[in-house]
Structure formats: structure tokens, C-alpha cells
Design a protein around this ligand. Structure first.
Ligand code: BG6
Length: 305
């Protein structure tokens, strides 16, 4: 049996014969839901999505996997990205569904005959008109969402279609993981890593403990020592739950807003921070320069343990 793909208005949904599924909103090509099963287990929701998430394109989605491009956070004032809103223009633009692809020769593709790949595209000309005027570079994004039994891979290719201009960009996959109880959760794989602490004016620190644990608001840009080769693991109550492999995305933002949810209108329920953790693979501590005609590819692959 093959996976089934349905286009339901502004969403694309795929279901595997195993019952595992993924749902992608055309706004931002935001993965809204991933129901995945660990080996021998049942399919359960793996992503956190706010009960007050805005899904009509007027705002970025609070939850799931928003795609951050071409700037992470607010841009420094002296850069070409400076007029863009926080996290750029991709997450609020309406993407095009390019179809289900089956190419197994593609290096970014892990889909076996048991899986399914959904491709989404966004070009500068099709981006949100109000935002694209703020960053006039002829880019193309190809975002591939691959659902396999027990894993979800999302990969992005950024192409510079300008004839003569290079551009600088950052990119990040803002994954909101669903967890049972954040106080029982830690992240492995970041021991020894330098990080920039956004809660202390981007102060540079070093992760001394091997485990990153959560007891209050956390907002850090890690540069793991092994770069993209370092596998990150989310562990809950002593059991490894998610393993995150990265390709060409050397940084990892770790974010939990904790009590600050009271100031985030679309974050519901307010104590929902207990059930989520963002671990966000990206290339955000510096800038990627893309020459005309060149392309950059990065990916995250999440396996259920
Ligand atoms: C994280 C940032 O990636 O995204 C945080 O590190 C930020 O600083 C968070 O608060 C959410 O951002 P936004 O724009 O979706 O509210």
C-alpha cells in the first residue's frame, strides 16, 4: 500500500499505511501536525501547536515547524534584512504545493517505498507583497517534507536566482516538539558547546553540564562542538524520545518561554510551555552568502526513539 496525499483547502495532508501522518499549511509551508510512531508503538502527535495559533496567514503559526528565512530574530540595522520583521518573510508567505515526489536518487531524500515526500516552493515574486518589497532579492526556496515510519525529515534548498547580486541569509527550522512535562525533559548533545544567551543580551557562555535541563525561561543559540554532525537527543523521564540529526545546519536554538507565555497572545494554554520545547536547527550565528546561481541546502531529520 502507498501513502495517501490529500489537498484540503490550504493544507496538504499525507497518511502512511502505518497510520502515521503529517499535515502542512501552505502559509509558511508550516508543518502543523506530525503523528508518528516509535518502533512497536502507536502514532501520536509529536509537535506542539498552540490552541490560539492563527492559521489564516495573517500571522506566523504558533507551533508546528515554522520556516525562518532570510533572518533569524530581528536583523541588525546595518544589514539588507534590517527592514524585515522578526524571523523573516517565509513563515507568513503562502507557499505553493509542488506535489508529491518519489525521487529516491535525491541525496536529501530518505523516503523509502514506505514513506512519502511533499515538496513546497516559494519564490521572491510569489512572497508576501508587503514583505518582499523589504528584501528585494530573487530567491527560490524548495522545502521538502519527508514522512517515513518513525521519522520526519524537512530539508530546505535556498537558490539565488539573481543575475549579478549576491545575498546574505540565515535559515532555521523552528520545530516545536511536544513533550509530556518539561521539568522531566533534558537535551543531550550540547555539553561543552558555546552558546549565546538571548535572555542576557546575547552574552556568550559555555554549556558546562552535559544535559540541558529546564527550570525557567530558556532562549539560547548553541553552536554544538561537532557542528551539524552532532546528534541532539530530547530525553524525557530518562527515556530518549526524539533524536535530531542535522545536515548543514550547524547551530541549534533551544527555546522555552516559560511564564513569558502571558505576553504571547497566540500562546494557549498559558501553561502550555510545560508541554513544548523548541529545538531549532539553523544557520543563524553567522550569515550564509549566496552568489548568483548558487544554492544552499540544509535539513533536519527527527527520529522517534
Ligand atoms: C525563538 C527565539 O527561536 O523564537 C526567541 O530564539 C523567540 O527569542 C521565539 O521569542 C518565538 O519567536 P516568535 O517571533 O515566533 O514569537
Amino acid at each position: 500500500p502507498q501513502a495517501r496525499v490529500d489537498i484540503l483547502g490550504d493544507r496538504v495532508a499525507a497518511v502512511l499505511p502505518t497510520g502515521e501522518s503529517v499535515e502542512v499549511l501552505l502559509t509558511g509551508a508550516t508543518v502543523l501536525s506530525w503523528k508518528g510512531a516509535a518502533s512497536g508503538g502507536v502514532a501520536e502527535e509529536r509537535l506542539w501547536l498552540s490552541g490560539a495559533a492563527v492559521l489564516d496567514g495573517s500571522k506566523a503559526v504558533r507551533g508546528g515547524i515554522p520556516v525562518v528565512f532570510p533572518v533569524f530574530g530581528k536583523s541588525p540595522a546595518d544589514l539588507a534584512t534590517s527592514r524585515l520583521p522578526q524571523h523573516g518573510l517565509a513563515r507568513t508567505s503562502r507557499w505553493e504545493f509542488l506535489g508529491r515526489s518519489t525521487s529516491e536518487s535525491d541525496a536529501s531524500s530518505k523516503a523509502t517505498s514506505n514513506g512519502v515526500q511533499l515538496d513546497f516552493g516559494l519564490t521572491w515574486s510569489a512572497a508576501d507583497p508587503a514583505l518582499k518589497a523589504l528584501w528585494p532579492f530573487d530567491f527560490a526556496l524548495l522545502y521538502r517534507v519527508t514522512l517515513d515510519p518513525g521519522s520526519l525529515t524537512t530539508s530546505i534548498v535556498v537558490t539565488n536566482n539573481e543575475a549579478e547580486k549576491a545575498f546574505d541569509f540565515q535559515v532555521l527550522l523552528h520545530t516545536y516538539f511536544r513533550v509530556g512535562d518539561i521539568t522531566q525533559v533534558h537535551v543531550d548533545g550540547l555539553g561543552g558547546a558555546p552558546y549565546s544567551d538571548k535572555l542576557e543580551a546575547f552574552k556568550t557562555k559555555t554549556q558546562i553540564e552535559s544535559k540541558v535541563e529546564f527550570t525557567s525561561g530558556t532562549d539560547r543559540i548553541y553552536q554544538p562542538e561537532g557542528g551539524a554532525a552532532q546528534v541532539l537527543t530530547i530525553v524525557e523521564a530518562g527515556h530518549p524520545k526524539y533524536s535530531i540529526s542535522r545536515d548543514n545546519l550547524p547551530d541549534a536554538v533551544v527555546w522555552n518561554p516559560w511564564a513569558k507565555t502571558k505576553d504571547i497572545d497566540d500562546f494557549e494554554p498559558k501553561d502550555g510551555f510545560k508541554n513544548m520545547l523548541c529545538v531549532e536547527p539553523g544557520s543563524v550565528s553567522g550569515w550564509q552568502t549566496l552568489e548568483p546561481g548558487d544554492a544552499f541546502e540544509g535539513a533536519q531529520s527527527i527520529s522517534l526513539l
